[in-house]
Write a protein that binds this ligand. Structure first.
Ligand code: CA
Length: 234
C-alpha cells in the first residue's frame, strides 16, 4: 500500500520539487500552501509523514506542529528549515517534531529522512537482541508495559511520546550498557549509518529526563557517560 506524504510549504517551486522526488520514490503526496490548510490535512487525511516548512502564511510551522501534537496525532513530522539556527531546530523538536532538514537539501538526504521516519513508525518492535520480557520491571520504580506501550513510574503512567517510549525501552532493556548518540540515532531513530547532527538525541534525553527523573539535573534512570553517550542506570 502506498504511503502518503503531506507537504506543507508555501513556495510552489519547492512543493513541486518535493512532490516530484517523492512521487518518483513511490509515495503519494498531499500539498498545503499555508499553515491552517496543512493542519487540517494532517488531521483529516492521516498522512504517513508531514514535511513541514517553518515560515508559512497565516500559521507558522511551529504552531502547526504544536497543534498536530495537541490533537493527539503521532504522525512523523520532519521540519523543513532554511535557517541554520540551532534554536529553530531545538524549538521544533521540543514542540514534537521528529526531525528536520535544512534547505537547500539533497534529494537523497530527503528521501532517506522520509523513509527512516516512516519506517520507524511502522516498526512494531525496535531492533537488537536483548528484548525485555513484557512488563519489564526496572528496579523498584519503573515498569515498561509493552502491551500498552506505556511506562509507569511508582505505578503512575508517564505521558511519553512514541520516540521517548522507544528510547527508554531501548536503553532500559540493556541496563548499564553505554550507547553513543550515533548508535541511538541508528537504533532508536532508525537511521542506518547515521553520521550527521545528533542533537535530536540530546533533546529527547532532556525531555525524557524531565518526565521520568525526580531531579532531571541529577538523573538516576537515564545517565550520561561523559564523552561517550547515555545509559540506563539503576
Ligand atoms: Ca516558507
Amino acid at each position: 500500500m502506498g504511503k502518503t506524504v503531506l507537504i506543507v510549504e508555501d513556495e510552489q517551486s519547492i512543493v513541486d520539487i518535493l512532490s516530484y522526488i517523492l512521487t518518483k520514490e513511490g509515495y503519494d503526496t498531499l500539498e498545503a500552501l499555508d499553515g491552517p490548510t496543512g493542519l487540517q490535512l494532517a488531521l483529516e487525511q492521516n498522512p504517513d509523514l508531514v514535511l513541514l516548512d517553518l515560515m508559512l502564511p497565516k500559521m507558522d510551522g511551529f504552531e502547526v506542529c504544536e497543534k498536530i501534537r495537541a490533537a493527539g496525532s503521532m504522525v512523523p513530522i520532519v521540519m523543513l528549515t532554511a535557517r541554520e539556527e540551532e534554536d529553530d531546530k531545538v524549538r521544533g523538536l521540543e514542540l514534537g517534531a521528529d526531525d528536520y532538514i535544512i534547505k537547500p537539501f539533497k534529494n537523497r538526504e530527503l528521501v532517506a529522512r522520509v523513509k527512516a521516519n516512516i519506517r520507524r513508525m511502522a516498526m512494531t518492535a525496535p531492533i537488537p537482541p536483548a528484548q525485555p520480557a513484557p512488563g519489564l520491571t526496572l528496579g523498584e520504580r519503573l515498569r515498561v508495559d509493552e502491551d500498552r506501550a506505556a511506562v509507569f513510574k511508582d505505578g503512575a503512567p508517564l505521558d511519553l511520546t512514541q520516540r521517548e517510549y522507544d528510547l527508554i525501552r531501548f536503553l532500559a532493556a540493556r541496563p548499564g550498557k553505554v550507547f553513543s548518540r550515533e548508535a541511538l540515532m541508528e537504533h532508536v531513530w532508525n537511521y542506518e549509518g547515521y553520521v550527521g547532527d545528533v542533537r535530536a538525541v540530546d533533546v529527547a534525553v532532556r525531555r525524557l529526563r524531565e518526565k521520568i527523573e525526580d531531579d532531571p539535573g541529577a538523573p538516576v534512570f537515564i545517565k550520561t557517560k561523559r564523552g561517550m553517550g547515555y545509559y540506563f542506570g539503576e
